[in-house]
Design a protein around this ligand. Structure first.
Ligand SMILES: Cc1cc2nc3c(=O)[nH]c(=O)nc-3n(C[C@H](O)[C@H](O)[C@H](O)COP(=O)(O)OP(=O)(O)OC[C@H]3O[C@@H](n4cnc5c(N)ncnc54)[C@H](O)[C@@H]3O)c2cc1C
Length: 462
């Protein structure tokens, strides 16, 4: 029986394990956190922008159904916490997956037994050696294949412009948080009545700004500054009413009102260079000398894959996006603002190291538009390939929503905030998928990925 080592017990890692079990393979899941869904737990308060129908893997559902699990309503929108407690936790606790999961097991290196990166002859026959550590020290597990589904949540981009940490960023760490802190929940005391700067331009930043404005309703002394790298806010505000993705349009409209009414102070073209830490708070200094005083800084500038523990493997990555070269043109945010991507699997995700794959959030490298449904299809195909079912590996089984997953989002601003882009495939009939795309189209160029080869493989939702 082939053993597959799976790095990370997030939704995609657990889905990979479910497919492995169905195919008679032996999964060994190594999770650095104390529970499954350790990354999802960090954003448990965030409503998801895709409904249950798009968030549950088919093989995982079959295992759960056999254990007497009741599927949540496909049309309902879970929070990250719902995903964790209503789906991932039962999957780990009530199915055969439980025996395969090793918690508090952080993978620190992967190699091939007896083969450093340089040695070639016979390499493909050597098992993978996956080194992990837990409280008892370091251990190596051997495997015939490895799927890295370790996500990107724990390696956020720094605050400094140009991808480098701002000078002094490390010293200021105690006053910095990343992603979407729960400012209306457990982190409320940290932010209420404080001067807070939010750095970033995506939906995470906008969602946090809107949540902070709600906090301001409760604690009037709360002061909010939005530090935006772009020259003007048009892109961040999105297409407004012209945006066919209603919730996203509403999100942009809401933040625009907050800016216009003066409740959020804005610095555009703001490239953070240095952070000074003083007793009373932070001085945030841009490259042009502009200074913003804040007691707290929320950095929402995206995430990047942690590649260090893959160093002994022959991994091939796009130089810009840090995903496989075959995937890069499909998800390049310079080209697509809406994450248009055709379903893809083992072929597009293969590396020069046979039997090694990166799947899930991490497979997108630095591109922000990953969808769970895409990840489930990735691991279905990868596990089929590892099992030797090449025909099933090549087959496209993912069915994507034509109008874009986000278009079905209810009107809660926080819901769309969960999306780092609109997240779904390009709507077939979209005129203004994003403001950017609308202007691209007006200029006679393709917008929202329209016209790319990706579109030919999109399928209408049944
Ligand atoms: C706020 C937010 C909202 C989102 N909303 C949606 C949505 O509505 N719909 C949608 O389709 N997608 C959404 N996404 C995108 C994506 O689907 C999620 O990020 C999803 O959790 C990715 O699943 P994953 O299994 O690839 O990675 P993760 O969920 O990040 O899981 C990775 C796991 O690997 C573990 N790990 C990390 N490093 C190691 C290591 N070295 N050794 C062992 N274990 C390790 C982590 O602890 C974690 O448990 C959202 C993302 C965010 C951040």
């Amino acid at each position: 029986m082939k053993t597959i080592a799976i790095i990370g017990a997030g939704p995609v890692g657990l889905a990979a394990a479910a497919h492995a079990i169905e195919r008679g393979l032996k999964p060994v899941i190594l999770e650095r956190g104390p529970d499954v869904g350790h990354a999802v737990r960090q954003w448990a308060h965030v409503p998801m922008f895709s409904p249950w129908a798009f968030n549950i893997d088919t093989a995982a559902e079959r295992l759960l159904a056999a254990a007497g699990w009741n599927r949540p309503s496909p049309d309902a929108y879970p929070t990250g916490g719902d995903l964790l407690w209503q789906y991932l936790t039962p999957l780990a606790e009530r199915t055969a997956l439980g025996e395969a999961i090793h918690l508090d097991a952080e993978v620190v290196a992967v190699s091939r037994l007896g083969f450093d990166k340089v040695k070639t002859a016979g390499r493909e026959r050597a098992p993978f050696a996956v080194r992990y550590r837990n409280g008892a020290g370091e251990t190596t597990v051997l495997a015939d294949a490895v799927i890295d589904t370790s996500g990107t949540w724990f390696s956020p981009n720094p605050a400094g412009a140009g991808g480098l940490p701002a000078i002094g960023e490390e010293e200021a760490a105690g006053r910095i948080s990343h992603g979407m802190p729960d400012v209306l929940g457990e982190a409320g005391a940290r932010y209420a009545g404080r001067r807070i700067a939010v750095l970033g331009g995506g939906h995470s930043a906008i969602g946090t700004l809107i949540a902070l404005a709600e906090l301001q309703d409760r604690a009037a002394d709360t002061r909010i500054a939005w530090l935006y790298r772009g020259p003007h806010l048009t892109k961040a505000f999105g297409g407004g009413a012209a945006d066919q993705l209603a919730a996203r349009g509403e999100l942009g409209t809401r933040v625009a009102h907050l800016v216009e009414s003066g409740r959020i102070a804005v610095e555009t073209g703001y490239l953070l260079d240095r952070i000074e830490t003083h007793a009373e708070g932070l001085r945030l200094i841009a490259d042009d000398g502009r200074t913003v005083a804040a007691e707290e800084l929320v950095v929402a500038t995206g995430f990047r894959p942690e590649l260090g523990f893959l160093r002994e493997l022959r991994v091939e990555l796009d130089p810009a996006l840090e995903c496989t070269p075959a995937l890069a043109p499909l998800i390049d945010p310079n080209e697509h603002s809406c994450g248009t991507v055709r379903p893809h699997g083992a072929a597009e995700l293969a590396h020069p190291e046979p039997g090694f794959y990166i799947a899930g959030m991490k497979s997108y490298g630095r591109a922000p538009t990953f969808l769970l449904a895409t990840g489930h299809e990735q691991v279905r195909s990868i596990v089929a390939e590892i099992a030797g079912d090449h025909e099933a590996a090549r087959r496209v089984e993912l069915v994507l929503l034509e109008t874009g997953v986000c278009s079905a989002t209810p009107g809660d601003a926080k819901t769309a905030a969960a999306s780092q882009c609109c997240g779904g495939p390009a709507p077939i009939a979209a005129d203004a998928c994003c403001a950017d795309d609308a202007s691209a189209k007006a200029a006679g160029k393709t917008g929202c990925g329209c016209g790319t080869s990706a579109r030919t493989d999109e399928r209408a939702m049944a």
